[in-house]
Design a protein around this ligand. Structure first.
Ligand code: ADP
Ligand code: ASP
Ligand code: MG
Length: 416
């Protein structure tokens, strides 16, 4: 029996498959890896902008004419938004064939990639690779529609926005790929979003832990779940450019990293909202009576602060995505009697900025340095949270750019 070829997963994001020229450019990269002897599983996103357009259509169709619905049938949402990847997978397979690389497309359900029943934000539960394995043996490379799978109800499910990254890592783990290469419109992971801070520096390597924090705190270069999976299954993950050659950034174990700064990066979430319930009775169970209904309604609560109580009453503040604010307010109003509060005060104009670094485990003073840098720019901090390797603050959105640049400077992230 001949030994099977080594395998590689190559994922191309929206801008990398924006039109036929870009698809051809991506396909050239696939051809080069095939020539090096790899069996390649290509994972594709929808063309840039396509998923947003599809989501808009879903909202439009679910509301009165001219309006956009906040609620819709998540199964039909999935049926519609998964279609963007169906198009690019077929086009990529055709382009590869035209170049002489034998390939076929796979939709999530065809593989099958099995997911949980959480339509719209499903988790991957299993990938059955037998059919793919057989086709690799026949010399056929795979082009897989990212972002989608099949739920237990037999219907199409999607993995949440940015989910093609997660598809790619999951396939790399399931197929035993040597590496998972994420091709995108930047040439690696930077100390912060290079679109906001031109002085941001590309990192040669970053640890899974730090990448996980950066992603979950807003750096959308990788979907959070993809980093979780890569860490759990020890997938070697590389982020690199579709448009220029270069080594990109390797996401790997801490032990493989030589350079170690206290802070490795700054992440931000622009569209946050802050909600305060004034005059809440300070009694056991009150937090559960607030956050229980919010969780049931699918509102993701992030930071939480409870004030010291006076005369048995306290204030409770939390943050959530700006998109969820209307729903959060509606849920709290509906639960007003059960909770018991005087007033809801909402601020839709906040943003979250975080500094991340594994060096914080052994260095004190990071939070202090962060607060001082923000104070020097006159930026007021509204809420603070910390964990072992990050400090996050909520600030007025209008100061977001200023704050990110000030922190990037204060921690000297531009310097190698
Ligand atoms: P794709 O469509 O290829 O999945 P995304 O738009 O999802 O690409 O992610 C790439 C973008 O992530 C970059 O264009 C960049 O603006 C943004 N980004 C945010 N934070 C970072 C960071 N720390 N390093 C690199 N890119 C970042
Ligand atoms: N097309 C999907 C999105 O825009 C998935 C992805 O690109 O990763 O969210
Ligand atoms: Mg993405």
């Amino acid at each position: 029996m001949p030994r099977p070829n080594p395998r590689l997963v190559m994922k191309f994001g929206g801008t990398s498959v924006r039109d036929l020229d870009r698809i051809r450019n991506a396909a050239e990269k696939v051809r080069a890896e095939v020539a090096r002897g790899y069996d390649v599983a290509v994972v594709v996103s929808a063309m840039a902008g396509e998923t947003n357009k599809l989501v808009d259509w879903v909202r439009g169709a679910s509301a009165e004419p001219g309006e956009r619905a906040a609620f819709y049938d998540a199964r039909e949402y999935d049926a519609v938004v998964a279609s963007g990847e169906q198009v690019t997978s077929g086009l990529m397979a055709l382009t590869l064939q035209q170049m002489g690389v034998p390939a076929r497309s796979w939709q999530g359900w065809q593989v099958p990639l099995r997911t949980s029943d959480a339509h719209g934000a499903a988790r991957i539960e299993a990938i059955e690779t037998e059919a793919l394995d057989r086709k690799f043996e026949e010399g056929l490379h795979a082009v897989i529609a990212g972002f989608q799978g099949v739920a237990p109800d037999g219907r199409i499910a999607t993995l949440g926005r940015g989910g093609s990254d997660t598809s790619a890592v999951a396939f790399a783990a399931a197929l035993g790929a040597e590496r998972c290469d994420i091709y995108t419109d930047v040439d690696g992971v930077y100390t912060t979003d290079p679109r906001l801070e031109p002085r941001a520096r590309k990192l040669d390597r970053i640890s899974y832990e730090e990448m996980l924090e950066l992603a979950s705190l807003g750096a959308k270069v990788l979907q959070t779940r993809s980093v979780e999976l890569a860490m759990r299954y020890k997938v070697r993950l590389r982020v690199l450019s579709s448009f220029e050659d270069g080594p990109g950034t390797l996401v790997c174990d801490e032990e493989e990293i030589m350079e170690s700064k206290v802070v490795s990066g700054v992440a931000f979430q622009r569209d946050e909202a802050k909600v305060t319930l004034l005059g809440v009775a300070d009694r056991p169970g009150v937090a559960a009576s607030i956050f229980g209904p919010l969780a049931e309604a699918g509102v993701n609560v992030d930071m939480i602060v409870q004030n010291i109580s006076e005369e048995g009453l306290t204030d409770m503040t939390f943050s959530t995505a700006a998109d969820d604010l209307a729903r959060a307010k509606a849920v709290l109003e509906a639960a007003r009697d059960a909770i018991g509060f005087r007033e809801i005060v909402a601020d839709a104009g906040v943003a979250k900025v975080s500094v991340v670094g594994i060096g914080m485990r052994s260095h004190a003073g990071v939070a202090q340095k962060m607060f001082a840098a923000l104070a020097a720019e006159g930026v007021n901090i509204k809420v603070i949270t910390t964990s072992e390797i990050k400090v996050s603050v909520l600030i007025d959105r209008k100061y977001l750019e200023l704050a990110v640049r000030a922190l990037h400077d204060a921690f000297e992230l531009h310097a190698a």
